[in-house]
Design a binder for this molecule. Structure first.
Ligand code: URP
Ligand code: ZN
Ligand code: ZN
Length: 469
């Protein structure tokens, strides 16, 4: 591989902010310094006026994933290409134990599909079925395969839900072995009842979706998960936090010194439940769980990011097309045309995380540049066993580097995206700050609008134990 020299860029890490040159060789950062001299065969990139950021690390995506009767529309190729155009060079995607099946089979299946990834990928496992073999296999993938975190759903009884006693046993084993338990915190039994009551009363429109997932159901489940994690002596990560109720419980536990971590997602930071008042075919874009919330909850999430009660922003990229046409009914929100209760839950976002958080977070004065990098790259890498290889710009780290123009204004349009999904949650939003070039282990894979990467160009990363941050 030719050596590369990125000159005169403003390098931002979670702690530093300075202008320097970066020499890249053999896929890693070889040298950082002032006025580094280059030999004749070194490729030079002038980054004057640009931010030089570590590649984004998105620890919450669902590619080619089964969610109930539906399947997400992005393949590993399309989803990771979209990630790259959004400045994300590492995903930790969710492999899944098939309901009633084995953990190892679920991982093997994921590994076969993930071989097509264009950026680096690690796996967490979603545990859907608890039996004698489950803990044995979980311990095996944790110790041998670099799959060091697991997600348990406290919702969707009979399909995904893990009950409290099972959760306790999983957390205990995971904590004992240096892993990290992740929970989807919503009260599944209560929500199931509310859904059934709504359907029985003929309330099938999408505006009922947030009503059957009231904020307290998230707060209650987050609190319960925290108590179970404390009993199990295990660290806990609460995924896609959307409510003040959950933030309050997380903050309280963290202030007591309990190792609880949590993420939120751009859609909860920039959109509110008002979207559900739109006509059904428009509101369908926003059916995800937990649902979008009120402005007061959104404000609490921003406060949580500022106070470090929330440590990570990930996308929960879980894309289904609005219409059946392109990729078929199973990949589409059209499955829910008769009732919100049949609507596949999930939304796209892997391509817009960095620009949105820069524009609405840094430019709006809510986050510093360092905090922006910490939330999108460094802490996800640290917490999920990828640091210091990923998540920062330092000598010896992978040369996963994003050149970002902090001044360029552009309009978000699904038609410009690289995902297979046919809509964006942020269609038409004017955004300042744009990804210009992306390097993955020293190879330029994005150059403006040009794609230089390829399927299979990503590597599977065996993650280390969960670092506490
Ligand atoms: O609606 C969502 N979030 N779908 C994806 C599955 C999950 O719960 O993360
Ligand atoms: Zn979830
Ligand atoms: Zn998810």
């Amino acid at each position: 591989m030719t050596e590369k020299l990125i000159k005169n860029g403003r390098i931002i890490t979670a702690t530093d902010d300075y202008t320097a040159d970066i020499m890249i060789a053999d896929g890693i950062v070889k040298m950082i310094g002032l006025d580094i001299a280059a030999g004749g065969d070194v490729e030079i990139f002038d980054a004057s006026g640009l931010l030089v950021l570590p590649g984004g690390v998105d620890v919450h995506t669902h590619l080619e994933a089964e969610v109930g009767a539906a399947k997400t529309v992005d393949t590993f190729e399309s989803g990771t290409m979209a990630a790259a155009f959004g400045g994300t060079t590492t995903l930790v995607d969710f492999a899944q134990q098939p309901h009633g099946g084995g953990v190892i089979a679920g991982l093997d299946d994921w590994q076969a599909r993930a071989a097509k990834a264009c950026v680096d990928v690690g796996a967490h496992m979603i545990i859907t079925t608890f039996n004698d073999q489950t803990l044995v296999d979980m311990k095996s993938v944790l110790q041998n395969d670099g799959v060091t975190s697991f997600k348990m759903f406290m919702v969707m009884p009979g399909v995904m839900m893990i009950d409290d006693a099972e959760l306790y046993q999983i957390m205990r084993m995971t904590g004992e072995n240096g892993g990290l338990s992740c929970v989807h915190a919503e009260n599944g039994l209560l929500i199931d009842l509310l859904i059934k009551e709504a359907v029985a009363e003929g309330r099938n429109e999408i505006l009922n979706h947030p009503r059957v997932h009231p904020p307290g159901t998230e707060g209650e489940a987050a609190h319960r998960a925290i108590q179970i994690a404390k009993l199990a002596d295990s660290p806990l990560y609460v995924v896609h936090v959307s409510t003040q109720d959950a933030v309050n419980h997380i903050a309280e536990a963290r202030h007591d010194g309990v190792p609880i971590y949590a993420e939120t997602c751009p859609h909860y930071l920039f959109l509110t439940e008002d979207e559900y008042d739109k006509p059904n075919n428009e509101a369908a874009k926003y059916t995800m769980i937990p649902p979008l919330r009120s402005q007061a909850h959104q404000d609490a999430l921003w406060r949580g990011l500022a106070s470090d009660d929330l440590q990570i922003i990930s996308t929960d990229h879980c894309p289904f097309c609005l219409t059946e046409q392109s990729w078929g009914l199973e990949h589409s929100k059209a499955l829910g045309k008769d009732s919100f209760a049949q609507m596949p839950n999930g939304a796209p976002g892997v391509e817009t995380r960095l620009p949105l958080i820069y524009d609405g977070g840094v430019r709006e004065g809510r986050l510093s540049l360092n905090r922006f990098v910490q939330l999108n790259s460094t802490t996800p890498a640290k917490l999920f066993g990828l640091f210091p290889r990923k998540g920062t710009i330092a000598v010896g780290s992978d040369a996963d580097i994003v050149l970002f123009d902090p001044e360029e204004s552009w309009i978000i349009k699904a038609s410009d995206h690289h995902s297979r999904v046919d809509y964006s949650l942020f269609e038409g939003r004017e955004t300042i700050g744009r990804v210009k070039k992306v390097f993955l282990r020293g190879e330029m894979i994005v150059d403006g609008t040009e794609w230089l990467g390829h399927a299979g160009g990503g590597q599977f990363i065996k993650r280390g134990n969960s670092g506490q941050v």
